[in-house]
Design a protein around this ligand. Sequence first.
Ligand code: CP
Length: 359
Amino acid sequence: MLLRNLVDFEDLTRAEWEALYESCSRIIERPSDFIDTCRGKVACNLFYEPSTRTNFSFQAAMLRLGGSVFGFADPNSSSVAKGETLKDTVKMVSGYSDVIVIRSPREGAAKAAALYSNVPVINAGDGGHMHPTQTMTDLTTITRLRGSVDGLSIGLCGDLKNGRTVHSLIKALAKFEGIKFYLISPRELSVPEYIRIFMKENRQWNVEVTNLDAVMPQLDVLYMTRIQRERFTDPLEYERNRGVYILTKRKLERAKERLLVMHPLPRVDEIAPDVDDDPRAVYFQQAQFGMYIRMALLADLANQEKKAPAPVPMGGHRRCGNPSCITKDEWYLPPLTKRIGEVDYCAYCDKAVGERAEQ
Ligand code: CP
């Protein structure tokens, strides 16, 4: 694979994705063939934000490939607490490791880290923006359990504004054919503008609705998400929306027999425990597939040659209006924008530059 970093699923072609999926399938079928694939390699996990699945599955993946892992799950236990910048942290640990896995509450953090790293950087979730290895987990689950992703009707339900797994999945599915999206959310938690523009540019069929029950019979996949309390600046907005969708066994009576009920997890209350024993509920299997696809990814990226990054010009980033953008803290980052139509977008967080992000 030519991939150097995994910041966004857009970094991959469909052919590269399919090669990675094939590698994942070989690992699932004969894991003992891969126990030395990363022997002598070291991953550094920089988790600036809580995680169970992503952190542990990356650790388990590296250990199962014969490699080792170090890092932090709490930035307050590192020199980040003394004010060390992301740039300096990354420059340091890229001298100690063969691959960096980073999660941050700041949108665009992985993109920024990749600018300064000698080793591949993997985005393990950046704020409410993207989570490409969760998307790999999701695509692996659908492909393993349904044979193909093309042509499916997919309901994305919950907090579509702040849910990074939803944004990543929508972008990735532009590489597939005949997908229909049912975007199920309260109006104030609908997908952000840059995702709406992306869907339009890529001619992705979609309909936005507020009622889950009304579309249930149409769905091949129901992808539930939690209301992301930690992303709300207004606690009242969270209170208005919490508990708005709760999937129960009774609600599934109108669903297809072969529906897949998926969830990136953690869940709060949006899937009742009585759904767990329904054969259509695959979210725990999904989390396990996440470890295997991360094994395939690490097998490739951790074995690449170290390479010094190109010199990065200094700071002066035109102030991005998104209060969660990485450029808000890391002032030295170079100005990176991309133009779509008449509008400039921040290349770190994808929000329109010069405008306050919708909250
Ligand atoms: N799905 C997911 O990202 O879970 P964690 O936050 O526990 O890593």
